[in-house]
Design a protein around this ligand. Sequence first.
Ligand code: SF4
Length: 339
Amino acid sequence: MVYSDHIYVEEELLDACDPYHLQTERIIDFFKDRQIIPIGHYKDVFNRSRQDVCIQADNKKIIIARKRGRLVYEGAPVCQSFGNSHFFYTSCVMNCIFDCSYCYLKGMYPSANIVIFVNIEDIFSRIEDLLKLYPVYLCVSYDTDLLGLEDITGYVKKWSGFASCHRDLTVEIRTKCGRVDVYDALDKTDNVIFAYSLSPDEVISAYEKKNAGLISRIKAAEAAMNAGFPVRFCFDPMIRINNWKEAYAGMFEEICRRIDIKRVKDHSVGSFRISADYLKKMRERYVNEPLIWYPFSEDKGYYSYAREISDEMESFMEGLITKKDPAASVFRWRDETGR
Ligand code: SF4
């Protein structure tokens, strides 16, 4: 939950002459009766020592900042490129209004507060530089859920507008948000993929407590399709709950009851995996979270289920999909990394 009774703002963005002052004001205006606390640099607040991320998670503050240094990064090995040669990601927001138990952000950042970088146009310029070299595949909603923040930032609209003018750019917006009301307001373009992460309700109620339920996500995905956007289904991360086979089969049946699965552009399938560093931090911070204490296997700095377990889970999911749609494109992260 975002409860910004006070908002931290980098001082220079409060200056009316700053090119990103108006965008800053728009975000501030979203929160009524808020107190503004000027700061020099977002890291002064975000990287403070001795923060309790568990307490912050129920009372997330907004930090408004300018993104400096590297604006675009090469895709990480635990992420899927979907066959794209030039795979990048960017973070115009750090942290998420949701709070999934397994989310790597809990081990990656020193704070649960949400940093919104207002200079998204600087990121656009950097991408235009890359587009002079080759077509770009760009994930923009890894370190947050941009659809969940759309009322505050308007960034999904900005990305769809930018992508609609750059045909060699493909943008993936990953989400677990159940909103159906955003799509009519966006620039219609087939190079923005809305990637819906879908989980059985058993997983959602245990580990994705603040996210939309399965049926809401299916309805939202359908709204995106009806508005003309390509939609990807991400069965990722699959979680090995007790009755996982029944749960995932039941989820897929529910999806197929409500949606023509052949309308889905492609599918991503992956079992839970995480970098060793992030898992170590999560275990220090969330000692009572059983999911992260599973005896995962470690390989080259990453933890995941043992090879035979993840193979079994991912093959099962792939089988469900291809049984319904033999021509479906299914991407599994191990296929790409060999991990
Ligand atoms: S929705 Fe995604 S980014 Fe947000 S907490 Fe869940 S896993 Fe993390």
